[in-house]
Each structure stands twice: as structure tokens, then as C-alpha cells.
Design a protein around this ligand. Sequence first.
Ligand code: F6R
Length: 371
Amino acid sequence: EKGGEPHFMRKEILEQPRALRDTLCGRVGLDGLPRLEELALGAGEARALEHVELIACGTSWHAGLVATRHLAELARLRASAEVASEYRYRPALPLGAEGGGKALVVAVSQSGETADTLAAMRAAAAGGARPVAVVNVVGSSIAREAEGVLYTRAGPEISVASTKAFSTQVATLFLLAAHLGRLRGTLSESGARELLAALGRVPDQLEAMLPEVAAQARALAPRLLDKRGALYLGRGYGFPLALEGALKLKEITYLHADGYPAGEMKHGPIALVGPQTLVVVVAPQDRLHAKTLSNLEEVKARDGFVVAIGTEGDRELARLADAVFWLPPAPEPLNPLLAAAPLQLLAYELSVALGRDVDQPRNLAKSVTVE
Ligand code: F6R
């Protein structure tokens, strides 16, 4: 059942190319443009939107944070991603036509059973929204109560630490942002075609890079056994990835890990950096690359051990980092889909090297059905 792998987590990480192909299947038309008829959202409705509110917990919240950037870039929509346990208890603000809020509320959940996410979605509905859901498990509570569902099609995820659920959520939400961008006229036909063609190449790119990344993570883990904690840094699309990488590490190694926007480093977390700190930096080639590199210089000056995730051919990054996981070149908004796997495999291999229970980490349950 683990497909010959020692753990479900490894199987599910390596399955991501297949999972992503399933996510995309039938959602890009022959004309190369997004097709999300399953959502039944008209152009008039899409144009009237003023903002998008994503609600989720844990890893799904991180996928929501990636989506806020996609929605701003592709659909020119202000978007927020809020942790469901906060959203459900904050003062209710009107969301529907009468309140004039014109918000699209999107619940994001692998299981579709997370108590806080379900309650937050109900709170949004009570406020007048017609929430839609991005869910993996078909027929789950959140899928049944939402006004529209986009299934992520990751297939069953058994490992407690979420992996393929995350990348398929990011891909599904990316399609939603592209779809809204087309309906709102903020994303040109040629722009959409270019992005979706690049998205279509991601599963093959991942398939090509995974063996090397897995081998590299395995070789790296023994060098990290003396680390007391980890700081994950990234900017833009890299910041939610930093949060996700840190969460994976915490869950399955029990090491303390923090995710930070790289620009916040000077405002506190740099005090943590020393030889026993692992610093993981998500630094693919993007608009903010030079700024991230300068943060990295500061980490090196303090003897932090740096593991970087970067774009092939980046000599400057290779010079600054102790180890680099290389990603193939891709348009900036697609980097999260490529950067997730190295973060997952790094946490996985360190967990194995530390002798932890990878698939069933202490104190955690796969699905949190009580608040
Ligand atoms: C992290 C993890 C949890 C879940 C969270 C939400 O690896 O598994 O943080 O992401 O409990 O679960 P869903 O997506 O089922 O609502």
C-alpha cells in the first residue's frame, strides 16, 4: 500500500507529478485557457468582486497565503488568508450583496472535515457570503456545505504531514486566480496561455528533479543532526513556502522551526542565527532575488548553516549557501509548486535520520474534527 516506499510521506511526496496532472486534467481548454465551469461563477459576478477571503488551517492556510499573491497578480484582487479558528470568532462583517462587501469566501481543506474551517465557512455564510471550497476528500462536510467545490484530486493522503495536498491546493487556487483574471479582464489571453502552458510543464519538471532532490536530502540529513532549530526565510511567493517548510520540520522532527519573511530577519529572528541554526532560504530567481541574497550574506556572516532552494545556474546563491536544491526555471508564480518538494524531502529525511515516527508524529491527528 506504500507502493514499495518505507513511509506514506515519501510515497506521497514522490506522487506529486501524478497528483498535479490529475488536478489540471480538463481544467485547461484546448484553447489553452482556464476552464472552471464547475464553479458556476459568471463574468458579472467576478467583475463585481472586491476581495477574496481564504479560510483554512495549517498547511491549507499556507496554500491560501500563496493564493493571495496569485489573486493579486492575476486577477487584481485584494485577498486575505486567515486561520479559520480566528476567522470564526472575529466580529462578523457583512459579506453579501446587502452589506456591499462583495467578497468571495474560499474554504481550503484537504480532509473537508476540519472543525474550525467548517465553522468559519458557516460564519461566512451567515454573513451573507456564498462560500466555495477547495477540498480533496469527495463528499466531505465542507464540500457538501459549500456553494461550489473545486476538488484538488490529490488522492488519499495517509501521512499526517500534508504534502501532495498542499501542491494540489496551490495548483487549484492558481487555476481559480487565472479563471477570475480572465473573467475580470485583468489577465490577457496570451498571458493566461503562457502561464497555463508553463503550469502544464510543472509535473514533468517535478518528475525530472525529484530523484536528485531526494538523494540530496538524504545525503544532507546526517549533517544537520547537531542543529538546535531552524529559521526558514522567503519573500513574496517564497514567504508562505518558508512557513510551510518550517511547519513540516516541526511536525515530524520536533525541532523548533520558524518561518519568516526574509525582510523581517533584522527585526528579531537574526538573534537566533549561529552555527547550530539551520537556515533554509527559499530563493528562486524572482523580482526579490537580490534582496533575499543580501539577507543570506548576513546569515553567513553569523555562521548559520544555509540550505537554499534556488533556480538552476544561480552562481551567487551557490557561493553563499552550504547546500542548494536546484529548481528548473519557471514563471515566478509557479515557483511554489516546484519549491515545496525540496522542503518536504528535507524534513522527511531529517525525521528519518532522527528516528522519529514519520507518518504518525506524536500529538498529531490527520484530521482535526474538534476545535
Ligand atoms: C500539516 C497538516 C495540518 C493540516 C491542517 C488542516 O502537515 O497536516 O496542518 O494541514 O490540520 O487540515 P485540512 O486541510 O484537512 O483542513
